[in-house]
Write a protein that binds this ligand. Structure first.
Ligand SMILES: [Zn+2]
Ligand SMILES: [Zn+2]
Length: 344
């Protein structure tokens, strides 16, 4: 009986915490403080995915509401009219349409105004920087767009075509995220130096263990005047992070959750065995099932901060009306929906 009462109390607390987060992430864009607009929530291949005839992809072709664009965020500051893109995806065309009017105070002049005031890129996997090609001479021909990447990612872009042409022609101006390389003065939490966008708005990168063929990988903390949002679309496994890097203390997802208000986290796959005929050890991500289990010991306000993003086309939680998404919500966590706004 007591156990049942305790469970009901936990459930009510979880619902209240969810409601609090939802209220703070309402659908109206704040006019007086920065906010984040979710432009995409799918894994690099999008939903529907090329050549996939399975039910979720087939349904998404028929019903646009089931479609998910590749993971990306727009950070807007209505006080200055500025905006910054986080990850530049192959879906950038559709995402620019979604970004129209954000922020409402944005004014642009001339025939080819800047699309953004800067780009922040997490890593060199197709979905996270493939859209850069649309900024080149053959398409938008951007001019001197500030692009924040790790030093290794900067070397890759500057040293390899076709990206190098974007750098040579100053379509992009690369800015290296500082404080992330070994011997570069890491602090206790193994995070890099902040990039200031306004006196009370700044971005802090942090290193993440992830397949690193061409670049290393970062996530971003976006600190606003009142709230902090974490963007962490790709990580190999939470356990890989527990003993990662050269910081004296292990970096743990729980520590990151403790110091943010909203966390958009890697929810690529729901469970093992999701991709027939392919070893999922080759493409490690925390399964949502593993995250549910790991986060189950956290208090409900901590769990209510979590929104899963970077959903693979095979992930049953991508269907917000389905059983898997309901399971996620029943555990006090959420699946990220596109178009959502988070006030900072
Ligand atoms: Zn990815
Ligand atoms: Zn990746």
């Amino acid at each position: 009986m007591l156990r049942k009462r305790a469970l009901v109390a936990i459930w009510i607390a979880a619902l209240a915490a969810c409601r609090a987060v939802q209220e703070r992430s309402s659908s109206a864009a704040p006019a007086d403080r920065p906010y984040v607009l979710v432009l995409g929530s799918a894994q690099d291949g999008g939903l529907p995915q090329l050549g996939c005839e399975d039910a979720p992809c087939a349904a998404a072709r028929v019903e646009p509401a089931r479609r998910r664009l590749v993971t990306s965020l727009l950070l807007c500051d209505p006080r200055s009219g500025k905006r910054w893109l986080f990850d530049c995806t192959p879906d950038i065309g559709a995402q620019l349409e979604r970004a129209r009017g954000h922020p409402a105070t944005r004014t642009t002049e001339g025939p080819r105004p800047p699309l953004f005031d800067g780009l922040f890129l997490t890593h060199a996997h197709a979905g996270h920087y493939g859209g850069l090609l649309a900024l080149g001479r053959e398409a938008y021909a951007a001019r001197e767009l500030a692009t924040w990447v790790t030093p290794r990612f900067a070397r890759f872009l500057a040293g390899n075509g076709p990206w190098s042409l974007l750098v040579e022609e100053r379509r992009l101006v690369l800015h290296e995220l500082a404080g992330l390389e070994e011997g570069d003065g890491l602090d206790l939490d193994d995070v890099g130096k902040r990039v200031e966008l306004a006196p009370d708005l700044f971005v802090v990168p942090f290193l993440v263990p992830h397949r690193d063929e061409f670049s290393d990988t970062v996530g971003f903390e976006i600190h606003g005047p009142e709230r902090t949002l974490v963007y962490l679309p790709d990580i190999d496994k939470w356990e890989a992070w527990d003993a990662f890097g050269n910081a004296p203390t292990p970096r743990r997802i729980e520590a990151l959750l403790a110091r943010c208000d909203v966390a958009l986290l890697d929810g690529c796959f729901f469970a093992d065995g999701e991709i027939p005929g392919r070893s999922m050890a080759d493409i490690p991500h925390p399964f949502i099932r593993e995250s549910i289990e790991r986060f189950s010991s956290l208090p409900s306000p901590e769990r209510a901060k979590v929104f899963f993003t970077h959903l693979n086309h095979t992930n049953p939680a991508a269907d917000e009306r389905g059983l898997a998404a309901r399971q996620v919500r029943a555990c006090g966590l959420q699946v990220l929906d596109e178009g959502r706004l988070f006030g900072l």
